[in-house]
Design a protein around this ligand. Structure first.
Ligand code: FES
Length: 134
């Protein structure tokens, strides 16, 4: 725990975790299927964390020591781009906005946006290119 919960507050402000107010007012949701994100960095180091079905990799990585980097709130910057190494079949389909953002930023069309895609089931292993340094 960092002094004054700085790390937790920073994650809330960046939208990586729901704010305490949102957590306190959220209606109890039906139990969702567990999904697992395995996040690989450029050195091959892996971090693993579980989330709920339909969570985005960006959201789940907010619980990791080294979360995926992000730079916008509208899926336009591609900072959160990820390469899917395993489990592509467990992801939501790519929509036009995701496809256009990857293309406009010069990234391969089979990469995904960590903020846009959802893990629907099972385990997904991805490599991120930018990380949030806390
Ligand atoms: S955070 Fe900007 S596209 Fe995902």
């Amino acid at each position: 725990m960092t002094p004054f919960r700085i790390r937790e507050r920073l994650k809330e402000l960046l939208g990586l975790t729901p704010s305490k107010a949102a957590r306190d007012t959220a209606a109890p949701s039906p139990r969702r299927e567990k999904v697992t994100l395995v996040l690989v960095d450029g050195d091959g180091n892996e971090q693993t964390y579980d989330g709920g079905a339909e969570d985005s990799p960006l959201f789940i990585s907010g619980n990791m020591k080294k979360p995926i980097g992000s730079g916008c709130n509208d899926s336009t910057c591609a900072t959160c781009r990820i390469e899917v190494l395993e489990g592509a079949e467990n992801l939501s389909p790519q929509d036009d906005r995701e496809r256009n953002t990857l293309k406009e930023n010069g990234h391969p069309e089979d990469w995904r946006l960590g903020c846009r895609v959802s893990i629907m089931q099972g385990t997904v292993k991805v490599r991120a290119h930018e990380f949030l340094e806390l």
